[in-house]
Design a protein around this ligand. Structure first.
Ligand SMILES: *Cc1c(COP(=O)(O)O)cnc(C)c1O
Length: 712
């Protein structure tokens, strides 16, 4: 037919929108075109299609019988983008055509676009994907980091080495964001030391447009050109400049696009200057006084705080603030003290620095923490902001984080759910009734599927370890051993997250004698897979990684404790789908929510965690395991000791016996019951559809109502 597009055209269209990244069948199709190149190219279809021109692709598709798969994918893609029948259509219509503007310093959408460092970014990526699936009118604002976050290598001494790779625009699904004149949008932020210019790129995440600001333009000085090169690099000056570009520049991007947001959502305090620039708009366009403009801005602003550690909140001194935000303060009619006061708990305290979190709280009427416990901690932490109010009445609520099911669920598990759950279950993941049917899955089928995924992980881990060892110049003998590490039949514990010290990756090493016993037990062995990056400036975190790395090189732990370099979304997906137990042992209450444990649930993996973050509200006694009983201690050494003992106890008395308690078919029936219970009791609550629906109902819709829901 004349209107029929070629396979190459269809796949090119699909690869121009990151929607494909949460469609496992489409990833699988890309993989089948060229499995070796697919993995070498970081699962980047734009690059793959550069290597396969139309003819070569036709040939390959014929060979691999991919024609109908590609046509079907293209059809589904168009249906998805055209569909009007969404949850958002019925529940978020008050937002109308004025979208929510969602600001975040990082977005973790797919491994091929490395502009994220960890949980905050992945959460933002999952938020966009669910907003797209649900049909919520939302646009996102972030920064384009040319060098992204770093790639991690561990050297022969176990010390982390960082390398930076360039994100090449032409190799990614990134295009210029254009204004009415058809030219790429450029915005500027004036500072006392000159203007900062930024051009704007667009990435499509399903139905959601993401706009990324990039200061790498000729008009800027060399120093400013590299301002957005790296995520969380540089000093305070880099930091405030990045935040000014994100917040103030971000609002100007919306303006240049002709988008008038109904709500602004600041994901963490980094973007809080956005609200200041909205105030300027309201004063200028609507002739409001500063105070009236502030009140209207706060009414439409949502702020999510993520950090229960005081040191984790950005603070700037007066000089740096004045240099970068002073010009905006002038336009708002604020003198220096007036501007500083917006970022101080006590505006009159001249000794207090300017805190982005305080600014965000003062400029938003809808503030939330990211788990129930984090809500309690945040209200206590910020009670001085509202000294006249009782702690439990402070205006900080909570919306517990969740993960995007389509991104993290193994396709083998999805196939089971497709068969046993009600039709269209994937559009209704937030409903508890949907998940009850998991009880009908036969224990042997569930176990077989889990074993398949575990084997896949072990093969993958061996391949990666071999590559790591070769690069380090290991001997042939050492490399040969690596093809046998990890026992597919041993209880396998996974631990992967940023190596921030409070996450205590090395807690399991406090009692080495017992650890050695558990690992070498010939009947009931246990083994560990670790991964995680430390911030480049965090030597304490690097030392923790080093301790674990050294353990992996040492008998009797060799081959039973492994460390996989360069934790990213891709490695994360393998881990959360393939281990038996997901270990999480932060120093309570420092894990605001944690999300990696949520990714394992629907894959039938059991959580074993300190009662912190989301797990404190999720654990019901039988849907996983708890380490300790949620106690804390003013002395962190005492707390660490106690938690380490509790960890050994729960492994020895609960996890290991339950895993190895087999029936005559070698099935761990009680364990499988827990897997199902996890799916049934946790699946519907800790997913991003439920989270985004909560944001819509509890914050976006009220915020879009603006003044109408305010006190006179
Ligand atoms: C999910 C995820 C995280 C966050 O994990 P936490 O358990 O919240 O620390 C960090 N990095 C990557 C790559 C992830 O996928």
């Amino acid at each position: 037919m004349a209107d029929e597009k070629s396979l190459h055209q269809k796949l090119t269209e699909i690869s121009g929108n990151l929607w494909w990244s949460w469609q496992p069948e489409i990833s699988e199709t890309f993989r089948q075109i060229d499995p070796a190149r697919w993995s070498e190219l970081m699962h980047n279809p734009v690059l793959l299609l550069k290597e396969y021109n139309a003819d070569r692709l036709e040939e390959r598709a014929t060979e691999m019988v991919l024609h109908s798969k590609i046509h079907a994918a293209y059809r589904r893609w168009n249906e998805y983008m055209d569909s009007k029948d969404t949850w958002g259509q019925t529940h978020a219509d008050v937002l109308g055509y004025k979208p929510v503007a969602y600001f975040s310093a990082e977005f973790g959408i797919h491994e091929s676009l490395p502009i994220y460092s960890g949980g905050l970014g992945v959460l933002a990526g999952d938020h966009l994907k669910s907003a797209s699936d649900l049909g919520i009118p939302l646009v996102a604002i972030g920064l384009f980091y040319k060098e992204g976050y770093f790639s991690q290598r561990i050297d022969e001494n176990g010390w982390q080495q960082e390398t930076y790779n360039e994100n090449v625009i032409a190799d990614l699904p990134i295009r210029p964001a254009t204004g009415k004149d058809g030219k790429q949008i450029e915005v500027s932020v004036e500072t006392r030391s000159g203007a900062i210019f930024a051009r704007v790129w667009n990435v499509q995440v399903g139905r959601i447009p993401l706009y990324l600001l990039d200061t790498n333009v000729e008009k800027n000085s060399e120093e400013i050109r590299s301002l957005t090169s790296r995520l969380y690099g540089g000093d305070h000056r880099t930091r405030i400049r990045q935040e000014a570009v994100l917040g103030i520049g971000g609002v100007r991007v919306l303006d240049a696009l002709g988008i008038e947001p109904s709500v602004i959502h600041m994901n963490e305090g980094h973007s809080a200057f956005a609200a200041l620039d909205i105030i300027r708009h309201k004063m200028h366009d609507d002739g409001l006084s500063f105070h009236d403009a502030l009140r209207e801005t706060a009414a439409m602003s949502v702020f999510t705080t993520h950090t229960p550690v005081p040191a984790g909140h950005d603070r700037f001194d007066g000089g740096i603030l004045n240099e970068h935000v002073g010009p905006l303060g002038d336009q708002l009619g604020l003198n220096h003290e007036g501007l500083m006061g917006l970022g101080r708990v006590n505006p009159q305290d001249h000794g207090e620095s300017f805190c982005m979190t305080v600014l965000a709280f003062k400029l938003s009427r809808h503030a939330n923490a990211v788990s129930n416990l984090h809500g309690v901690v945040s209200r206590r932490m910020w009670s001085n902001l509202w000294p006249w109010q009782a702690e439990d009445e402070l205006p900080i609520g909570h919306i517990t984080n969740g993960i995007h099911v389509g991104t993290w669920l193994a396709s083998q598990m999805r196939a089971i759910y497709d068969r046993v759950l009600p039709e269209k279950w994937s559009l209704r993941t937030g409903e508890p009734e949907i998940w009850q049917k998991v009880e009908d899955v036969s224990p042997s089928e569930l176990w077989e599927t889990h074993q398949t995924l575990k084997h896949r992980l072990i093969v993958y881990a061996r391949t990666r370890l071999t590559k790591q060892a070769k690069r380090r110049g290991a001997s042939a003998e050492v490399i040969a051993q690596l093809s046998k590490v990890l026992d597919p039949f041993a209880l396998t514990v996974g631990f992967a997250r940023r190596f921030a010290p409070y996450k205590r990756a090395d807690l399991f090493m406090r009692d080495m004698e017992t650890l050695a016993e558990l690992i070498t037990n010939s009947k009931r062995p246990i083994q560990f897979v670790f991964a995680g990056k430390s911030h480049p400036a965090d030597d304490h975190g690097k030392a923790i990684a080093q301790r674990i790395y050294k353990l992996t090189q040492q008998e009797p732990f060799k081959g039973r404790v492994v460390f996989l370099e360069d934790y990213d979304i891709n490695l994360g997906r393998h881990l959360v789908q393939g281990v038996d137990v997901w270990l999480n042992n932060p120093r309570r209450p420092l894990e605001a929510s944690g999300t990696s444990g949520q990714k394992v649930v629907l894959n039938g993996v059991l959580n074993c965690s300190i009662l912190d973050g989301w797990w404190a509200e999720a654990f019901d006694g039988k849907n996983g395991f708890a380490i300790g009983s949620g106690r804390t201690h003013v002395n962190s050494d005492v707390q660490d000791d106690r938690d380490a003992k509790n960890l050994v106890q729960v492994l020895t008395n609960e996890v290991i016996p339950l895993y190895y308690d087999r029936d005559h078919d070698d099935l761990p029936q009680e364990w499988i019951r827990r897997m199902k219970r996890g799916v049934r009791t946790l699946g519907w609550r800790f997913n991003a559809d439920r989270m985004v629906m909560d944001y819509v109902k509890n914050t976006y819709v009220p915020a879009a109502g603006g003044l109408s829901c305010e006190m006179p």
